[in-house]
Design a protein around this ligand. Structure first.
Ligand SMILES: [Zn+2]
Length: 186
């Protein structure tokens, strides 16, 4: 009996040490929260839209905070023609381009939060579902929803907590989320 208890005690001690070791090796998740400084110096009249999109993402997620003009993790550009798109250089870093022509067709806030979503690790999901942010223009011009679904938001939170695959953190370019609805001249 005594030896069984001793073995139990040793096992518990080992577990405690392992837990302690892991705690020392990996800082608490809270300390790993990333501040994403977004820069609106090139955003022109869309700077306020960027601020709204940042608030939406900050309210929907944990482990990251989008903050205006404290640095340049993310640069926001107002462009005309060529389509809105995002260039992710790494998770939380990159550039977002908002096309004024598409902003005249689709909700500019939905475009902004969608493109920032790419910077935050989300891929496109063109299934036409307006309740999803990453369905982009596939949900049509009448869809003005600028909010990520709970699944989209929790995926971002988990990505910034350090879980999920490296693929979602890698450099990538996301184009063609907002197809032109103009009738081509034939
Ligand atoms: Zn997209």
């Amino acid at each position: 009996m005594t030896s069984r208890l001793n073995r139990l005690a040793v096992a518990l001690l080992a577990t405690a040490l392992t837990t302690l070791g892991l705690t020392v090796a990996n800082p608490a998740p809270a300390s790993a929260a990333m501040t994403i400084c977004y820069n609106t110096s090139q955003a022109g009249s869309y700077a306020s839209v960027a601020n709204q999109a940042a608030t939406i993402w900050n309210n929907a997620t944990v482990n990251l905070t989008l903050t205006a003009n404290c640095g340049s993790n993310l640069r926001i550009y107002r462009i005309t023609g060529g389509g809105s798109y995002a260039v992710r250089t790494s998770l939380g870093n990159g550039r977002v381009y908002i096309d004024t022509q598409q902003a005249a067709q689709y909700s500019v806030l939905r475009i902004m939060t969608h493109e920032i979503g790419h910077i935050l690790g989300l891929p496109d999901n063109y299934n036409g579902n307006c309740s999803l942010l990453m369905s982009g223009g596939s949900a049509g011009t009448s869809c003005t929803n600028p909010y990520p679904s709970s699944a989209e938001a929790s995926r971002v939170s988990n990505l910034f907590a350090g879980t999920f695959s490296a693929t979602d953190r890698s450099a990538d370019i996301f184009r063609d989320s907002w197809p032109s609805t103009l009738t081509p001249v034939s």
